[in-house]
Design a protein around this ligand. Structure first.
Ligand SMILES: NC(=O)c1ccc[n+]([C@@H]2O[C@H](COP(=O)([O-])OP(=O)(O)OC[C@H]3O[C@@H](n4cnc5c(N)ncnc54)[C@H](OP(=O)(O)O)[C@@H]3O)[C@@H](O)[C@H]2O)c1
Length: 279
């Protein structure tokens, strides 16, 4: 598996794991099968995954608590990337809250639940239209100065918002929605690619009709002896060396399949076909 160095000092395998799917329905409450969720997290680390993405809002709190239960004390090389900036008012509801006092309290909560003295990568989950973005980013800057977070990432940002954040702090990763049928944030990826900032595409497996039987992804998968999920991930990995996909799953079987994508090398012709169909 190829690697990427986040922030100049955290080397991780490029295929990570998104821990949003180990909670209950609507990313709310505990998972139906607690032991299965613990098994997925432990298997991820066994398979060599050393970047796990989570957030205080997943559950809320459930994902971070399960990570600590399954994996603490953590292996030295494990990077846990969490986020703050959303509240949870019910299943499927994600109101934004970018007020500095909320972000500081959220970070303290994540430190406590994850049993960490410092969070390796703390991401601002989303800009909040009711709070100047610089104020939200400023809160993360203070947390970094206090030693509570090592590196700062942002999420769900435009090119302009990324530039605004970078004027205040060193932004080492961007986490935006990006997949075979959603290239809306290609301009953000281009900036990350140019400036060697990690780009973490969320919803990486989505390929819509392209992965249906007879679709382009299905055809490429068949020719490569792979699954459609593996093709979607391999395409992302070949798109740019700064791309760090974090497929989410609550199933060990799907996890193992997804990790297999890191060994899949798509032929140039297949990449060209997928590029042509993508968007
Ligand atoms: N920054 C943000 O605003 C934001 C938003 C959304 C997500 N995220 C992060 O991004 C991560 C990934 O996004 P995501 O979970 O929404 O989307 P995803 O990884 O593209 O897809 C996850 C879905 O695909 C299924 N799946 C996983 N592997 C599969 C496989 N091999 N075959 C068939 N189905 C499979 C999962 O179900 P099973 O559980 O049944 O496998 C789940 O329903 C999240 O876990 C989270 O950490 C961030």
């Amino acid at each position: 598996m190829s690697t990427f160095t986040i922030g100049g000092d955290l080397e991780v395998h490029r295929l990570g794991y998104g821990a949003m799917r180990i909670t209950g329905e609507g990313i709310w409450g505990p998972p139906r099968d607690h032991d299965a969720a613990i098994a997925v997290l432990r298997r991820a680390v066994e398979l060599g995954i050393d970047l796990i993405d989570t957030a205080d809002s997943y559950g809320p709190h459930v994902s971070e608590e399960l990570i600590a239960e399954a994996l603490h004390p953590y292996p030295d090389n494990l990077v846990i990337a969490t986020k703050g900036g959303l509240e949870r008012t019910g299943p499927g509801q994600w109101p934004r809250n970018g007020r500095p006092e909320h972000l500081k309290a959220a970070c303290e909560g994540s430190l406590r639940r994850l049993k960490l003295d410092r969070i390796d990568l703390y991401q601002l989950h989303s800009p909040d239209e009711n709070v100047p973005y610089a104020e939200s980013v400023g809160a993360l800057k203070e947390l970094q100065e206090e030693g509570k977070i090592r590196h700062i990432g942002v999420s769900n940002v435009s090119v302009e918002q990324l530039a605004e954040a970078r004027a205040l702090v060193d932004v080492v990763t961007v986490q935006n929605r990006y997949n075979l049928i959603d290239l809306e944030d290609q301009d953000v990826l281009d900036v990350c690619d140019r400036d060697h900032i990690g780009f973490i595409p969320w919803f990486p497996l989505e390929a819509g009709k392209l992965s249906e039987p007879g679709g382009i992804v299905d055809g490429v998968a068949e020719r490569h002896g792979a699954t459609t999920s593996q093709v979607a991930l391999a395409w992302l990995l070949q798109r740019s060396p700064v791309v760090l996909p974090i497929p989410g799953t609550g199933s060990v079987e799907h996890l193992e399949e997804n990790v297999g994508a890191a060994r899949l090398r798509l032929a140039d012709r297949a990449v060209a076909e997928l590029d042509h169909a993508a968007g």
